[in-house]
Design a protein around this ligand. Structure first.
Ligand code: ADP
Ligand code: ZN
Length: 749
C-alpha cells in the first residue's frame, strides 16, 4: 500500500527474487505512485495466481527497504481496523506506526535529524575593549554572570516589574561579531533532552509482598495469561493508592518470563516520570519510554530498541499503542478513563478501543486500570466482554482521605467584608486548613482548573468582554506576563490596549485563574511557600524541577490545573483543596458530570498517600450536584449507576453511538450552509442528525466551525451513514469547505 486510500499491487523486482530475500507483510518498500516514489508498507504477499492480474502488467517495486518486518501482524490488524472504523485512508493509519524518518523515501537506517541550540559563554580573562555598543556590553555582562547560556535564555531577561521575564533583542549577527572578536565563545550544541531521566541509572527494587487483593487479582489475570493463545480483557477498578501499579509490574514480569513483551499506556507520560522510574527499577534497560517532547531521532532510536527486542516494555501516551512490540503478551491502559486516550486531530482514534483490538489479535491480556472507570468501560463489563477486577482498599490499611464540602453560599454569608475582599475564592475554612497543614510541616495541593489571573476581561464602559480577534472566545488576563492571551490560538495583546468597541480604558477582571489563587493565598497566609503548576509554569524541564522542589519539601503549596490531579505520589501531601468543584460542569458536553466526578476523585486521591491520613476540602456553589456528592463519598458504583441510567434515557454512549461531523470555512455562511445541507440530506436518508449548531468555539484561527451530530443505537447503521457522508456527501460540499468526521467524539468544543 502507499499514500492513496487503499491497497495497491506491485511485482517484486527480479533482483529481490534472485537473492532469495524474505518478503513478508510489515516490511517497507519504495514504490512508484503517480510518477513519484513513495514509501509503502507491504500489506500482503500473494502468489501470482491469486492476484487476478497478469504479473507482467504489475509495476515493479523500486526497492525493498527492510530485511525484517517493522510491524507485527497484530499491529497490522489493529491499523486495518482503525482505518475501517474511523473511516480513514489506510495510509493515514499506517503512519501512526511509522516514525517520521522511516516514512521518507531513501531513509534506510538511522539518519535522523537532531535538535540543536546555540550556546554562548564569555571568554574569561579578556580585557573589555573600548567602543562596545550598549547591547553588546549587556550580552557580555550577562554571559559573564550566567556562565554557559543558551541564546534562547539570553533573549529572556528577568523583569523586576512583573516578576516574570521579558524578551530582549539579541541578534545572531551581533553574537557572531562578538565571537569573531574573541569576546565570547559561540557554538552549536546537540540538545539532549531527558525529561524522564532515562539516562540516569535507577537502582533495582525488590517487589513487595503482595496484599491479599493484589494476589487475588493477579491469580485471575494469570489464569488467563498462562493460557497462551487466549485473549483476556479486564477492567481493574482500584481506589487511588490500592497498588494497581504493583499489579501491572507483576503481570509484566510474567510476560517477560514467557518471552513476551508489554505496552503500558498512560495519560501524559511527561507528568509521571515517577512511573517510568518504578518500571526501570523493576526491569532496567528493558524499558523504552516514548513521549511527545522527543525529537524524530530519539523516537527512531526507541522504535529500533523495541523492534529488535532489546526493550520489551514500552511506556508512553496513546501513540505508544502502535509500538513494534513483537510477541505482545500484555497491554495496560493506566487511568483508562482519561480523555487524553482519544486523539483529537488527524485520525481521531480512541486508544482504549484500539488497545482491545490489538490485544485480541495478539492473544494478549489487556487491563484497563482506574479508580474511576467510565460509563463506556463499565458497559463493556456489563455486556460480558470485559471482566471486572476490584481493589477497594488502599495498601497498608491506609484510610481513604476524608472529604468535606465547603458550601460557598454559606461561606459568603459568614464572611467579614472588611477582613477579606474575595472570600468566595478562598473561604475561611479552607484558608485555616491550609495554614494549619503548612504549620505542621505538611503539604497542600490546590486544584483550580483555569489558567491565568482572570478568565474574562470586561470593559467597564460598554460591558463587552475582550475577545480574541481570531477566535470566538474571550481572552484570559495573564498578570505576570502583562498580557491578554487566547488559550486556543495563543494570540496575545498588550494590557494597555483600549476597548475595541468603545475605546474605554477601564476594565474589570472577572473569573479567577490559578494566578489569582496563588496571589490570594500569598496574601491570606503570609510567608507560605507557594508555586503554580499549569501549562504556563510547568513545561519540560521546568515542570520536572517544580515537582522535585515540591517533593523535597521546599514548597508548601502547589496550586494547579488538572495536570496536578493525575497520578502524582507525594507522601507529604495531607490536604487537597478544590477551589471550585463545578468548574467543569458547565461544559456543553454529556460527559461533563462524569469528567467532574473523575477529576475530583483523582485529585482527592493525592491526599494521605504516606503515613499520615489525608483530608479533602471541596469549595462549591453547587454542593448538591450528584457528581460532587458522589466524589465526596468515594462512591464510584453509585455514581455510575445513576449516570448510566441517565445515558440510557438520553440514548447517549454507551447506549447509542455518535459521530460528529464538522464543517469549516473562513466564511461563516458557507460553513453553516454546508453543515445544514449535510444534516438535511442525512435526515432525508432517515438518519438521526442533529444540528447544525456552531461549535463550542464557533470560530478558531479565523475559521468558522459548525457541528452536526449523528446518533444511532446500532453501530453498523451509523457506519453506513458515515460511508454515505464520505462517498456522496463530501463530493457535494461547496468548494473550499472542509469536513472532519469524528467517530465516538469525546470533545464538542
Ligand atoms: P495505585 O497505582 O493504585 O494508585 P500504587 O501502585 O502507586 O497505587 O501504590 C500506592 C503505594 O503503595 C505506592 O507507594 C506503592 O509502592 C505501595 N505499594 C503497592 N503495593 C504494595 C504492597 N504490596 N506492599 C507495600 N506497599 C505497596
Ligand atoms: Zn484565538
Amino acid at each position: 500500500m502507499a499514500t492513496g486510500t487503499g491497497l495497491l499491487s506491485y511485482g517484486l523486482p527480479p533482483s529481490v527474487l534472485a537473492e532469495g530475500r524474505t518478503v513478508v507483510a510489515g516490511m517497507r518498500v519504495r514504490v512508484p505512485v503517480r510518477g513519484r516514489l513513495h514509501v509503502g508498507v507491504i500489506w500482503r504477499v500473494a502468489a501470482p495466481e491469486d492476484i487476478g492480474c497478469p504479473v507482467d502488467r504489475l509495476r515493479p517495486v523500486d526497492e525493498l527497504l527492510d530485511d525484517a518486518p517493522l510491524m507485527p501482524g497484530d499491529l497490522l490488524t489493529c491499523l486495518a481496523f482503525a482505518a475501517r472504523y474511523y473511516h480513514a485512508p489506510l495510509g493515514q493509519a499506517v503512519r501512526l506506526a511509522l516514525p517520521a524518518p522511516l516514512r521518507r523515501t531513501g531513509v534506510k537506517g538511522d539518519t535522523a535529524d537532531v535538535r540543536t541550540r546555540w550556546m554562548v559563554s564569555r571568554i574569561d580573562g579578556l580585557e573589555w575593549p573600548t567602543g562596545l555598543r550598549k547591547p553588546e556590553r549587556r550580552v557580555l555582562e550577562r554571559a559573564l554572570a550566567l556562565g554557559e547560556v543558551s541564546v534562547t535564555d539570553l533573549r529572556r531577561e528577568p523583569d523586576p516589574l512583573t516578576g516574570g521575564s521579558k524578551r530582549v533583542a539579541v541578534p545572531q549577527k551581533m553574537l557572531e561579531s562578538l565571537a569573531e572578536r574573541g569576546l565570547i565563545r559561540l557554538w552549536e550544541e546537540r540538545v539532549r533532552r531527558d525529561p524522564l531521566g532515562m539516562r540516569t541509572p535507577v537502582p533495582r527494587d525488590t517487589p513487595p509482598a503482595l496484599t491479599g487483593a493484589q494476589s487475588q487479582v493477579l491469580d485471575t489475570l494469570r489464569t488467563t495469561a498462562l493460557e497462551p493463545g487466549l485473549f483476556g480483557g479486564f477492567v481493574l477498578r482500584g481506589v487511588t493508592g490500592s497498588g494497581k501499579t504493583e499489579v501491572y509490574l507483576h503481570l509484566i514480569a510474567d510476560a517477560l518470563a514467557r518471552g513476551q513483551g508489554a505496552i503500558v499506556l498512560v495519560p501524559e507520560i511527561a507528568l509521571t516520570p515517577q512511573l517510568v522510574t518504578r518500571f526501570r527499577a523493576r526491569f532496567g534497560d528493558q524499558v523504552a519510554a516514548l513521549h511527545s517532547g522527543m525529537s524524530d531521532g530519539e523516537r527512531l532510536d526507541q522504535h529500533g530498541r523495541v523492534r529488535s527486542g532489546e526493550a520489551r516494555i514500552v511506556i508512553g501516551p496513546r501513540s505508544a499503542l502502535f509500538a513494534p512490540v513483537f510477541d505482545l503478551g500484555v497491554v495496560i491502559l493506566d487511568e483508562c478513563h482519561d480523555s487524553s486516550f482519544k486523539q483529537q486531530s488527524g485520525l481521531r482514534y480512541h486508544a482504549r478501543d484500539l488497545a482491545l483490538v490489538r490485544a485480541r489479535s495478539a492473544k494478549a491480556v489487556c487491563v484497563l486500570g482506574s479508580a474511576t472507570p467510565g460509563c463506556e468501560e463499565m458497559a463493556l463489563v456489563q455486556s460480558g466482554r470485559l471482566t471486572l477486577l476490584e481493589m477497594p482498599e488502599r495498601v497498608a490499611d491506609r484510610p481513604m482521605p476524608e472529604a468535606f464540602v465547603i458550601d460557598l453560599r454559606e461561606a459568603e454569608r459568614l464572611r467579614d467584608p472588611d477582613d477579606d475582599k474575595r472570600p468566595s475564592l478562598l473561604s475561611v475554612p479552607l484558608r485555616d486548613a491550609v495554614a494549619a497543614t503548612v504549620a505542621r510541616g505538611e503539604q497542600v495541593i490546590l486544584l483550580h482548573n483555569r489558567r491565568g489571573f482572570a478568565t474574562t476581561v470586561v470593559c467597564a464602559g460598554c460591558g463587552d468582554a475582550v475577545e480574541c480577534p481570531h477566535c470566538a472566545i474571550s481572552l484570559t488576563w495573564h498578570k505576570r506576563q502583562g498580557r491578554l492571551r487566547c488559550h486556543y490560538c495563543d494570540h496575545s495583546v498588550d494590557r494597555d490596549q483600549p476597548c475595541a468597541s468603545c475605546s474605554g480604558r477601564n476594565f474589570l477582571r472577572v473569573g479567577a485563574g490559578t494566578e489569582r489563587v496563588e496571589d490570594t493565598l500569598r496574601h491570606a497566609i503570609p510567608g507560605v511557600r507557594v508555586a503554580r503548576f499549569d501549562r504556563d509554569t510547568a513545561t519540560g524541564q521546568r515542570m520536572l524541577d517544580l515537582l522535585e522542589t515540591f517533593r523535597r519539601g521546599e514548597l508548601d503549596v502547589l496550586v494547579g490545573t488538572q495536570m496536578l490531579a493525575k497520578g502524582h505520589d507525594f507522601p507529604q501531601v495531607t490536604l487537597v483543596g478544590v477551589m471550585l468543584a463545578e468548574t467543569g460542569l458547565r461544559m456543553p458536553d454529556f460527559r461533563a458530570s462524569e469528567r467532574t466526578f473523575q477529576l475530583l476523585t483523582q485529585v482527592a486521591g493525592r491526599a494521605g498517600r504516606g503515613d499520615r491520613p489525608g483530608q479533602v476540602l471541596v469549595q462549591t456553589w453547587a454542593p448538591d450536584h450528584p457528581a460532587i456528592m458522589a466524589a465526596l463519598r468515594h462512591d464510584h458504583a453509585g455514581f455510575l449507576e445513576e449516570e448510566l441510567r441517565k445515558r440510557r434515557m438520553s440514548g447517549y454512549p454507551p447506549f447509542g453511538h455518535l459521530a460528529l461531523l464538522e464543517t469549516r470555512h473562513a466564511d461563516l455562511k458557507r460553513a453553516n450552509s454546508a453543515a445544514r445541507w449535510l444534516s438535511d440530506s442525512l435526515r432525508h436518508h432517515g438518519a438521526d442528525a442533529r444540528g447544525p449548531v456552531a461549535a463550542g468555539v464557533a470560530k478558531l484561527r479565523d475559521v468558522h466551525r459548525f457541528h452536526v451530530l449523528l446518533r444511532h443505537e446500532d453501530r453498523a447503521t451509523l457506519h453506513g451513514q458515515l460511508k454515505w457522508v464520505h462517498g456522496h456527501g463530501t463530493k457535494s460540499l461547496p468548494p473550499g469547505v472542509k469536513l472532519f468526521v469524528d467517530v465516538d467524539p469525546a470533545d464538542f468544543a
